[in-house]
Ligand binder design. Sequence first.
Ligand code: MLT
Length: 390
Amino acid sequence: MKLNENYSNLKESYLFSTIAKKVNDFSAAHPDKKIIRLGIGDVTLPLCKAVVNAMKSAVEEMGVQSTFRGYGPEQGYDFLKKAIKNYYAEKNVNLESDEIFISDGAKSDLGNILDLFDKDNTVLVPDPVYPVYVDTNIMAGRKIIYINANEENDFLPSPDESIKADIIYICSPNNPTGAVYTKEGLKKWVDYALKNKAIILFDAAYEAFITDETLPHSIYEIEGAKNCAIEFCSFSKTAGFTGTRCGYTVVPHALGRLNKMWLRRQTTKFNGVPYIVQRGAEAVFSKDGREEIQTNLNYYRENAKIIADTLTGCGIKFFGGKFSPYIWLKCPNNMSSWEFFDYILTNIQVVGTPGEGFGKNGEGFFRLTSFGSRENTIEAMKRFKTLINK
Ligand code: MLT
């Protein structure tokens, strides 16, 4: 037996596990202190009524002989695929049902999709980046190259024609920086991918936070993208499904064999998302569901504004927060990301995510999320202001 030695090239633990451990250690040492967590991007509002009602009805169906369901289609039920197809049609993106694959979330699919690609491919990731893109490729032993996302390019790098890449990751609105590509910005990547016969893995998990309708929610709003991009999306941040688990991946027929290969992969290694959860996800697109999730999204947007206003008041430079639940701030007094993490955890018991955990260009930056409760966000910002102005 030989181990996959690529695992020894990974950092010892996943970023959010490292943070959780640090916070738990602090909490054990200071049980009297109230910690406010604005670190991992986990939602706090409950599932909306429309989703809960749909799931309750689905549970009832499962308890009755005539409506009980066993194994479902591995790639998802038609009712949910149809709802997603209609959602894309509103953005003038026409998809076939069999181009949509329902899964338990974007993170799993972003990792699993790599089954379809040879080890001998060069992967291009922006730095800073969601660590899953990097770690899953390290596990497979693939060559990774980085493109700088930084203050100079507003954390929105454009392709560099001198670099040859085969697999390109793009996340917009971006995790961790909150930056959003315009259609023109994304078009440059689509053109590059077409020219270089590369594939773009487009993570649209935060698309629901976009309110400026000139900005693209989907890469397929860009001409030519169906010939070079796979899109991943999730109900986690859109509708509070982080614990419920549902997402979807679009693999257009225009990508040739990839659509059938993904079907083959999913039918072999995945048994589908529970019927009850898929009914809940379907309800996200109902009239009531859409209104209710907007109310929740507005709540998080307001939290983002509270954070942004506090940072502005403290004279701290930041990015994101407008069309994204993430606020990416520059650590004050030239502190490093982890120094700032320890500084605010120790002094005001607020948890954020050190930018360095997302890559070397994240050093000196820090990410806060707007997914906390209103009460905690206000309290955290009150403590923050007092500390910074001390
Ligand atoms: C994050 O905090 O970056 C996200 O919650 C991670 C994820 O969605 O897996």
